[in-house]
Design a protein around this ligand. Structure first.
Ligand code: ADP
Ligand code: MG
Length: 671
């Protein structure tokens, strides 16, 4: 029993108290069989009028139960001999289960059987999350015991509860474990009851408090400070000087925020978010130079080799004229090049090291790594892992600063919760001279018209991306689709150079194709989603996304960001196949209605929920058991304010509250 409880995380009386029902069952009444409808969870009483072992399609037990109003079938796909005698004709039972529409009328599969005529529950029956071999009654009993053995005193003072209009903790807990008949059943089921509100608030408050504690812990670590040299012959000034453009106001602002962080003696942990094309790379380069100027090394990582290589080319172009050695390290380099790179990195000769994430994962030995920059980290979880992987170096006194860049902004609610210990800088302004992209939704039966249009655009010197449909289940099919599309377009577009790039292409070849597209040699580039992030070809002004309904919102937004990078009017065509699912329709509408990455991110959160947005497991959100970030944003704000205030004025309450909510959940406290 103990082991089973432990599997549920139930180790202390407090944990039993906080083991709250996942749902409630209504056992307060007996329904007439004639009133049952498929999908209902129902409880009926009656007499067995027939029962039988059926052998086809497979051996199963069936019975028919009859009350004064009608009959219903019961069915067991596996059964014990004892159940046979239970279901003998003439016996009476109370039966509970979900009603389904069967072949011969309604039925219940594996219903729960109990004694007829027993007193009915007066109130909803809680149903707890459980594990194999642990019955609801045993759990209920253990919880009832814990309720009488545990101090349910409030962690929050009465005046605060009053001010926030919150129910007391004890009342909330008792309500949720043992609802009484007078309570609003609907509200209980839907987590909208004041008792749930209190619990959700408590949980969010605990999360805010622990994140704030994690932030404090981080600030107690040591990092090398990189004072910014304001002089005109500093590396940063020289780079700015050499640029063919002036930084936007937003870029200057975030540069300043980052520079200030880098001057501190504790590690920066900052997210730089800005829509695609907002100019994050130059900001990263300036941050890197600030560290390099003081003799440190900087690692810049991107999720794919294509992207990493683009960075490498650009950074080399910017930095090497300033005498800064930029080194390339990726999975595909030759053994010799790799050996040389590793040697340069180890000796400190290499200053700016660019590559994929393999860079830190392979345990490359840096001479003096002062700053890590991670680009386009969609699955934000990795940032966390990164912090963890550096944890072992705590006794080496210095931790590198960390800058993460993303074109998919974090919706505010998430920024306030999971990322509460992450500093955020936003580039909320695009460089001048960009024209907004026109988005068109076109049904796929007009594909041929579109191909003609592409031919005309190419004749005018414009370049086109043609993105292939995503085949989620199969990489092989994905590839096949790309190859087929490439063949079809090559045939249809006579005299036009159609290129193909996909994930399976060897890196060198990928780079070659991208280079040919950049130089204008290729007019139309057929691509899988490998071009999703970061690729920069200003002359590409038309993008076609086939089967746009298969893509996620963030992904569509990223893809669209590949065009509209030059002065030309750009168009993004979302080709879709009817009929559209509800959610696909909403996604396409969102794409049509807005180009604001923040707005898109918020709508994505609304449509998908935070778990999926973050990549479920890694996300701290999954640690929230009761609150729901998509619907409880008002509570999040409230918890955040209260957390700030408590940390400042009432440390003893903070301790009490964390003790109640965080005991045994140290995983919460990432440092
Ligand atoms: P992203 O934020 O998507 O990574 P990039 O850093 O790739 O964007 O920048 C997109 C393009 O805009 C690049 O060609 C870059 O050189 C250019 N760029 C960046 N900042 C400015 C600016 N202030 N004015 C004009 N062009 C800029
Ligand atoms: Mg970029």
């Amino acid at each position: 029993m103990r082991a089973k409880f432990e599997r549920l995380g139930l180790t202390s009386p407090e944990s039993f108290v906080l083991h709250l029902p996942i749902r409630y069952e209504d056992e307060t009444q007996i329904q007439d069989i004639v009133t049952l409808r498929p999908g209902m969870l129902a409880q009926v009483e009656g007499e067995v009028v027939r029962s039988d072992i059926v052998l086809k399609p497979r051996r199963q037990l069936t019975a028919t139960l009859k009350d004064d109003s009608a009959e219903i079938a019961l069915r067991w796909l596996t059964f014990y001999p004892s159940q046979l005698s239970q279901m003998q004709t003439g016996k009476r039972w109370r039966v509970r289960g979900e009603v389904r529409g069967g072949l011969y009328g309604f039925e219940m599969i594996h219903p729960r059987i109990s004694t007829p005529g027993a007193p009915l529950s007066a109130a909803l029956t809680p149903v707890y999350p459980t594990t194999e071999g642990l019955s609801q009654p045993s759990l209920r009993k253990a919880i009832t015991q814990a309720l009488s053995a545990t101090n349910l005193q409030d962690t929050l003072p009465a005046h605060l509860l009053k001010q926030l209009e919150l129910m007391s903790f004890e009342q909330a807990i008792r309500t949720l474990h043992g609802p009484t008949p007078d309570m609003d059943a609907q509200a209980l089921m839907e987590h909208a009851h004041p008792a749930w509100i209190r619990i959700k608030f408590d949980e969010l408050l605990a999360q805010q408090l622990s994140l704030a504690a994690a932030r404090t812990a981080r600030q107690s670590k040591r990092a090398r400070a990189f004072p910014l040299r304001p002089s005109t012959n500093s590396l940063c000034s020289k780079l700015k000087e050499a640029l063919p453009f002036a930084l936007t106001g937003a870029q200057l602002r975030v540069c300043h925020e980052i520079a200030t962080d880098l001057e501190r003696t504790y590690p920066m942990y900052r997210l730089l978010q800005g829509d695609v094309g907002s100019g994050k790379t130059i900001v990263a380069a300036l941050a890197a130079l600030q560290a390099i100027e003081q003799g440190a090394q900087v690692a810049l990582m991107a999720p794919t080799e294509i992207l990493a290589e683009q960075h490498y080319v650009k950074l080399k172009f910017w930095c090497e004229p300033l005498g800064v050695k930029v080194t390339w390290l990726a999975g595909s380099v030759t053994a010799k090049a790799r050996r040389e790179a590793l040697q340069d990195i180890g000796s400190g000769h290499a200053k700016l090291i660019v590559g994929t994430q393999a860079l830190i994962q392979e345990g490359v030995d840096f001479h003096s790594l002062g700053l890590i920059i991670v680009d386009e980290q969609h699955r934000f979880g990795v940032t966390q892992r990164l912090t963890l992987s550096l944890k072992g170096e705590d006794d080496i006194a210095l931790v590198p600063h960390q800058l993460t860049m993303s074109a998919t902004p974090i919706p505010r609610t998430l920024a306030m919760t999971f990322y509460a210990d992450l500093e955020v800088s936003s580039i909320d302004e695009l460089p001048p001279g960009r024209t907004p992209v026109i988005t068109k939704l076109i049904a796929s039966d007009r594909r041929n018209e579109l191909i003609e249009h592409v031919a005309k655009a190419v004749a005018k010197g414009q370049q086109t991306y043609w993105v292939c449909p995503l085949v989620e289940e199969s990489e092989a099919l994905d590839l096949q689709t790309a190859v087929d599309t490439h063949r079809d377009l090559s045939e249809a577009l006579v005299g036009i150079n159609v290129g193909l790039v996909h994930g399976r292409l060897p890196t060198a070849e990928k780079a070659q194709v991208m280079q040919a597209f950049r130089s204008g040699e290729i007019n139309v580039l057929v691509a899988t989603t490998v071009i999703e992030v970061g690729v920069d070809v200003p002359n590409a002004s038309l993008m076609v996304i086939e089967h746009a309904e298969r893509f996620g919102l963030a992904q569509l937004h990223q893809l669209r960001g590949r065009v509209g990078r030059g002065a030309l009017q750009s168009v993004c065509v979302l080709l879709y196949q009817t009929p559209l699912s509800m959610i696909a329709r909403q996604r396409l509408r969102a794409m049509y209605e807005t180009q604001d990455g923040f707005e898109i991110a918020q709508r994505d959160l609304d449509l998908r929920g935070p778990g999926e947005l973050l990549g479920a497991r890694q996300s701290g959100v999954s640690l929230l058991r009761f609150a729901d970030l998509a619907t409880d944003s008002a509570l999040v704000r409230m918890a955040r304010e209260v957390a700030t205030d408590l940390r400042k004025n009432s440390p003893e309450i903070v301790q009490l509250h964390l003790n109640r909510w965080m005991r045994g959940r140290e995983d919460y406290l990432r440092s």
